[in-house]
Ligand binder design. Structure first.
Ligand code: UGA
Length: 431
């Protein structure tokens, strides 16, 4: 099939590559000229393990994936996936500009299309958005009626950065929120080609809510275990042992209960904040979800608090921060815990040395002046008075790196027993 993917961020690129690898001809549409050019040269514009080589094969050898800036080039596309961002980093608020722009451009494409086309919304949008904003825009610019001359479906994405390729090849479920049955049938056929996982068909707002509820639940698990971890620490209990015991209960399980510096990234904090705001606008105070955010706001800063307790004032102290990405295997620093920790250290008067295996370029664009970027973990650790581990990259897991050092671990990166033998002092953020 001829397929178009609008927006070449994480979700858009991974979706494009998955569909192209499955034999479809995929056209990526993005208004960012340099991104389009990189993709057409087979170069991945973001760091995601495995994506680079797949993109290279699909663009250069198989020629089944191309990127364009002009929507006129997708008039032959039978299915158009919308994967544009719905959040403004500068205002820190939901921003529908991209999605409205995409829907109006796609509307113009639909107007010229001689036959039925399907528009699939993969962008994360607050429940009701597809019905209330996207479909009216598509209808306005196409002068056609959804459900008759074109179909619409919502198909939220659940991939995790860092393991996106694996997930896209074997998702645990596919959610289809259909405007009309033909749209649902067409999308289900396409999804079944990719994987045999369970498919749940429902209405559009339910599909939109499934995405938010999933991320809100994941975030709740993390803040829950961080709170338990903070309590455990005061009681001299290892929260990781507690999770082993809790996890044996099949109603609970042990996944996503790694206590530490809290959640970051472009999705969990944003989706939760949007849901809390939506609830507030409807006159409902989402107290539990607010608390989840509140626990998370404080969690990363606990590393600095511990450093202060151990070192006294941080004034003129040299602190090494290991890990800038919000989690390993990505260069994404959006809402990364390190971005809370570093300004606080500077505020306390510390000199800050940082290192991350892949996220240095991204971090340099946003970290305040005065931060020293180091060439390696050992370079950052050398001559430091204290080391804060904020992201659990594999290369930070070697205890011998920290010989004689004071280490505060935000991610259970080190084996506490081994670390205690090697380090001058070792403490976990909540163990
Ligand atoms: C998250 C969801 O996990 C995906 O299912 C979803 O598709 C995606 O958001 C999205 O909405 O697009 P992602 O942001 O890539 O994926 O990252 P996660 O693996 O969920 O990690 C989020 C944060 O939680 C990271 O900072 C991580 O370090 C932290 N975390 C995760 C913990 O602190 N403890 C855990 O047990 C797990």
């Amino acid at each position: 099939m001829n397929l178009a993917i609008v927006g070449s961020g994480y979700v858009g690129l991974v979706t494009s590559v998955g569909l192209a690898a499955n034999g479809h001809h995929v056209t990526c549409v993005d208004r960012d000229h340099s991104r389009v050019s990189l993709i057409n040269h087979g170069i991945c514009p973001l760091y995601e393990p495995g994506l680079d080589s797949l993109l290279q094969t699909l663009t250069k050898e198989k020629r089944s994936l191309i990127a364009v800036e002009d929507y006129n080039e997708i008039t032959d596309s039978e299915v158009i996936f919308v994967c544009v961002g719905t959040f403004s980093e500068s205002t820190n608020k939901t921003d529908f500009t991209n999605i409205i722009d995409a829907a109006s451009q796609i509307g113009r494409v639909l107007q010229r299309a001689p036959d039925y086309r399907l528009v699939v919304i993969k962008s994360t949008v607050i429940p009701g958005t597809t019905e209330e904003i996207i479909i009216p825009t598509l209808e306005k610019y196409s002068s056609k009626k959804a459900g008759r001359e074109f179909g619409v479906a919502v198909n939220p994405e659940f991939l995790q950065e860092g393991s996106a390729i694996q997930y896209s090849q074997s998702p645990d479920r596919v959610i289809i929120g259909e405007h009309d049955q033909k749209a649902g049938d067409t999308l289900e056929r396409l999804c079944h080609e990719l994987s045999s996982c369970p498919v749940l068909r429902t209405n559009m707002r339910t599909a939109e809510m499934i995405k938010y509820a999933t991320n809100a639940f994941l975030a709740t698990k993390i803040s829950f275990i961080n709170e338990i971890g903070n309590l455990c620490k005061n009681l001299g209990i290892d929260v990781y042992e507690v999770v082993k015991g809790m996890g044996c209960d099949p109603r609970i399980g042990d996944k996503f209960l790694n206590a530490g510096a809290g959640f970051g990234g472009s999705c969990l904090p944003k989706d939760l904040a949007e849901l809390v705001l939506k609830a507030h606008q409807m006159g409902y105070e989402a107290q539990l979800l607010r608390s989840v955010l509140k626990v998370n706001d404080n969690q990363a800063l606990r590393l600095v608090e511990i450093a202060k307790k151990r070192l006294g004032s941080l004034e003129h102290r040299v602190i090494a921060v290991l890990g800038l990405a919000f989690k390993p295997n990505t260069d994404d620093v959006r809402a990364a815990p390190a971005l809370k920790v570093i300004p606080q250290l500077l505020e306390e008067g510390a000199s800050v040395k940082v290192y991350d295996p892949v996220a240095m370029r991204q971090a340099k664009m946003i970290l305040p002046d005065g931060v020293k970027f180091c060439a390696s973990a050992s370079d950052a650790i050398n001559d430091s008075d204290g080391v804060l581990i904020v992201t659990e990259w594999d290369e930070f897991k070697d205890e011998s790196l920290y010989r004689g050092k004071l280490v505060i671990d935000g991610r259970r990166t080190l084996n506490p027993e081994k670390a205690r033998q090697v380090c001058r002092y070792y403490e976990g953020v909540c163990w």
